[in-house]
Design a protein around this ligand. Structure first.
Ligand code: ATP
Ligand code: MG
Length: 258
């Protein structure tokens, strides 16, 4: 039965997608069977894993919000393999941008993703959900199905902005729809050891997440930013770069007992 992790932060550009892709790839290289769910209409996890728009017949949108009367595809018709053995993706396209509107008045709209993933949970060891920079219905769906939340925090000014709102949403989901949800930890990303600011922000994050800030810090590393344009996880594109090494260390902290 897969353990399911939602990677969430409504701040944009904090390395949610980079972390999902590389953690997923390290897990697959370690022999785990991994599904990455792209719950962001930007589709960055999908394209970053080398799955292009013209290969995609159905996307997550078709699984969670078909108009009345139309048949839903089966989830395994939507899941695509990637070039990494053991790593599959449930893709997103821009269609997914219509989900908020399509689900506005839908019954149990927060539970759609949970229902979609039910039949495949036993086929994977780890499911990682990449979310959009928003606390909208798709992110709530991710929190409703997840066992654990990972919160990437960019080591820059304003890192804490919006954090209390995020924690409030997580508490609400725990109270109302998913009591099993736990915050696994905060992840320091784009850490630049040469600046005092990075360490100041790291300290502030540790104060907010005592004992739950991962020791592995992801350094600012251009190889991590280049890899998606080659449709590959950085840990495969350049396995020796410092960013890849950091994601391998993070893997053991996050999934040590998976
Ligand atoms: P969004 O909120 O838009 O979905 P995100 O939180 O998923 O963004 P990413 O797309 O993973 O963030 O990263 C934002 C940008 O920063 C990307 O261009 C990515 O390649 C780059 N990036 C991520 N992590 C690092 C890093 N450690 N070093 C250098 N660049 C990075
Ligand atoms: Mg992203």
């Amino acid at each position: 039965m897969a353990r399911c992790y939602a990677v969430v932060n409504q701040k944009g550009g904090v390395a949610k997608t980079t972390s999902v892709i590389n953690l997923g790839a390290v897990a697959a290289l370690e022999g785990k069977s991994v599904l990455i769910v792209d719950a962001d209409p930007q589709g960055n996890a999908t394209s970053g894993l080398g799955v292009s728009r013209d290969e995609i017949e159905y996307c997550l949108y078709d699984l969670i919000c078909k108009p009345d009367g139309e048949a839903y595809p089966a989830v395994d018709e939507v899941i695509c393999p990637t070039s990494t053995t053991g790593l599959d993706v449930l893709p997103a396209t821009i269609d997914l941008a219509g989900a908020q509107m399509a689900l506005a008045n839908a019954i149990s709209r927060e539970m759609r993703l949970r229902r979609v993933l039910e039949p495949v949970r036993s086929a994977y060891d780890i499911i990682l959900i990449d979310t959009a920079p928003s606390l909208g219905v798709l992110t709530i769906n991710a929190l409703a199905v997840a066992d654990h939340v990972l919160i990437p925090m960019q080591c820059e000014y304003y890192a804490m902005e919006g954090l209390s709102q995020l924690l409030q949403i997580i508490s609400m989901v725990q109270a109302e729809i998913n009591p099993a949800l736990m915050i696994k930890g905060a992840l320091l990303t784009m850490y630049d050891a040469r600046t005092n600011l990075a360490e100041e922000v790291a300290e502030e994050v540790r104060e907010n997440f005592p004992g739950r800030t991962f020791r592995a810090k992801i350094p600012r590393n251009v190889r991590l930013a280049e890899a998606p344009s080659h449709g590959l996880p950085a840990v495969i594109y350049d396995k020796h770069c410092p960013g890849s090494a950091a994601y391998r260390r993070l893997y053991w902290e996050v999934f040590e007992d998976a």
